[in-house]
Ligand binder design. Structure first.
Ligand code: FAD
Length: 400
C-alpha cells in the first residue's frame, strides 16, 4: 500500500508538534513554514512576533509526554515554575495567591526556546521533511494539490492525502476550507492591546519572586510579569487601545508607570520603560470561533487557526497542543476499531479517516468554544477581581 502523505501548513508551536505526531503514526509528513528557520541565529528575532514567554500547563505537557516522555523532560528543563500569582498594589504591597493547595502550578517558558525544541524534534523524525520560506497560497482540497510560493517567488505544488492548517489566527488554510464547507465563523477584536517591557536582574538574581505570575491589577488595565530562565522578567501592559493613544511621549509613559506601577517602574528602570514603549509594537488581541474544523477527511485546522483566543487564561498554545493529542487519540482509536472489525491494517481508509476527522471536529469545537469564553472572562478576573475582596469572599463561601 502507498504510504499516506500529510502536508502541514505552519511550523509554529502547534504545526511542529503535529509533524512529530503524524510521523510517529507512519505518515509521510511535509511541513511548510513561510518564515526562515528561526533556529538559525540570523533569524532568531523572527520568533518574537508575539509574547516573549508564555505559560505552559499540564494540558500542554500531557501532549508532549504522550508523544515522547523525553520531549516533555526537555521542555521541563526550560521552564520556571509559577506556583501562584503575586498581586501588586499601587502602594507596593505584594499578596501571594497560591494556584493550588496540592502544589500544582503553571510554568513560564520562552517562546523561542520552545519552538526550537519542537522544530528539532520534528526534524529528527525520519518520515518528516521541513520546508522553510514556503508560503501556502492555495489548495485544491478535493484533489489534495497544495501550492506554495518560495522566497524566490517560485510556485511549487505538492500532492497530499491530508492538509493540516496550523497557520495561526489569520489561517489561509481555513479561508480555503471556508469556500468548500458551510463553516460558521466569528472573529472578534477586543478593545485592549498589549506592549512588552523587560525587567533586568538585580545583583545577578531575579528582581522579584520568580515562582509567581506577577499582576498589577488596575481595573480597566493591568501589568503582568512572567519570569525567564536568564533571571529577567517579561512584563506586559494590557490596556484599551484608546488609552494607549493617550500615552504617547516617553514622559507620559514614565508618568503613567509612576502613577500606576511605581514598584515596577523602579525595577524595569525609567530609561527602559521610555525606550521600550517607543520601540516595542502594540499588539492587538482577538479571538476566533468557527465550526466545523474539517473538510471531508481531506483537511483539518488546529491551534490558533481553529480557535485563537485572548491570552488571559494562558491556554492558547496549551489548547493547540491538546488538539494534536486529541486528534491522534481519535485516529488511533478509529484504527483499532477497524482492525478489530476485519482487516489487519496500519492505515485508515479514506472513509474511516473522514469519520475520524468529523468526530474530532464535533468534540473539539465544543471544548474550544468554552476555553475561548473562559479566556475572555479571565481578563476581568485578572485585572480587577483578584483585588475585589467582596468577590473573593463570595467565591470562598461558594466553596462550602
Ligand atoms: P502560530 O504560533 O501563530 O504559528 C503559525 C505558524 O504558521 C507561524 O510560524 C507562521 O509563520 C506560519 N504561517 C502563517 N501563515 C502561513 C502560510 N500562509 N504559509 C506557511 N506558513 C504560514 N498561549 C498559552 O498557552 N500560554 C500563554 O501564556 C500564552 N500567552 C500569550 C501571550 C500573548 C501576548 C499572545 C498574543 C498569545 C499568547 N498565547 C499563549 C497564545 C499562543 O501564542 C498561541 O495560541 C500559539 O502561538 C498558537 O500556535 P499556532 O502554532 O497555532 O499558531
Amino acid at each position: 500500500m502507498q504510504e499516506r502523505t500529510v502536508v502541514i501548513v505552519g511550523g509554529g508551536l502547534v504545526g511542529s508538534l503535529a509533524t512529530c505526531y503524524f510521523a510517529k503514526r507512519g505518515w509521510k509528513v511535509d511541513l511548510y513554514e513561510k518564515r526562515p528557520d528561526i533556529r538559525l541565529s540570523e533569524n532568531a528575532h523572527l520568533v518574537e512576533h508575539r509574547s516573549i514567554n508564555l505559560a505552559i500547563s499540564e494540558r500542554g505537557f500531557s501532549a508532549l509526554r504522550k508523544l515522547d516522555p523525553d520531549l516533555e523532560l526537555a521542555v521541563k528543563s526550560l521552564v520556571v515554575p509559577m506556583h501562584g500569582r503575586m498581586i501588586h498594589s499601587r502602594s507596593g504591597e505584594q499578596i501571594s495567591q497560591a494556584y493550588d493547595v496540592f502544589g500544582r502550578h503553571i510554568n513560564s517558558v520562552g517562546r523561542s526556546a520552545l519552538i526550537r525544541v519542537l522544530l528539532d524534534a520534528a526534524s529528527k523524525c525520519p518520515r518528516a521533511a521541513l520546508h522553510f520560506c514556503h508560503e501556502f497560497v492555495d489548495a485544491d482540497l478535493d484533489s489534495g494539490l497544495v501550492t506554495f510560493l518560495d522566497n524566490r517567488g517560485e510556485r511549487k505544488s505538492i500532492q497530499a492525502d491530508l492538509v493540516v492548517g496550523a497557520d495561526g489566527a489569520y489561517s489561509k488554510v481555513r479561508q480555503r476550507m471556508m469556500t468548500k464547507v458551510k463553516m460558521n465563523y466569528m472573529q472578534t477584536y477586543i478593545e485592549h492591546d498589549y506592549c512588552e517591557f523587560s525587567m533586568p536582574p538585580v545583583d545577578g538574581d531575579y528582581a522579584m519572586n520568580p515562582n509567581h505570575l506577577h499582576i498589577w491589577p488596575r481595573g480597566s488595565f493591568m501589568l503582568i510579569a512572567l519570569p525567564n530562565m536568564d533571571k529577567t522578567f517579561t512584563c506586559t501592559l494590557f490596556m484599551p487601545w484608546a488609552q494607549f493613544e493617550h500615552v504617547r511621549s516617553s514622559g507620559e509613559i514614565e508618568q503613567f508607570f509612576r502613577d500606576n506601577f511605581p514598584d515596577a517602574l523602579d525595577l524595569i528602570g525609567r530609561e527602559t520603560v521610555r525606550a521600550e514603549y517607543a520601540r516595542n509594537p502594540k499588539g492587538s488581541l482577538m479571538y476566533i470561533k468557527c465550526a466545523p474544523y474539517t473538510y471531508r477527511g481531506r483537511a483539518v485546522i488546529l491551534g490558533d487557526s481553529a480557535h485563537a483566543m485572548v491570552p488571559f487564561y494562558g491556554q492558547g498554545m496549551n489548547c493547540g497542543f491538546e488538539d494534536v493529542e486529541m486528534l491522534d487519540e481519535i485516529m488511533v482509536g478509529a484504527l483499532h476499531r477497524a482492525n478489530a472489525r476485519s482487516s489487519n491494517t496500519s492505515e485508515l481508509t479514506d472513509e474511516q479517516l473522514h469519520q475520524a476527522l468529523d468526530e474530532y471536529s464535533r468534540k473539539r469545537t465544543k471544548d474550544a468554544s468554552v476555553i475561548v469564553d473562559l479566556a475572555l472572562e479571565n481578563y476581568v478576573e485578572m485585572r480587577s477581581r483578584v483585588v475585589d475582596f467582596a468577590y473573593m469572599f463570595r467565591k470562598y463561601l461558594e466553596g462550602f
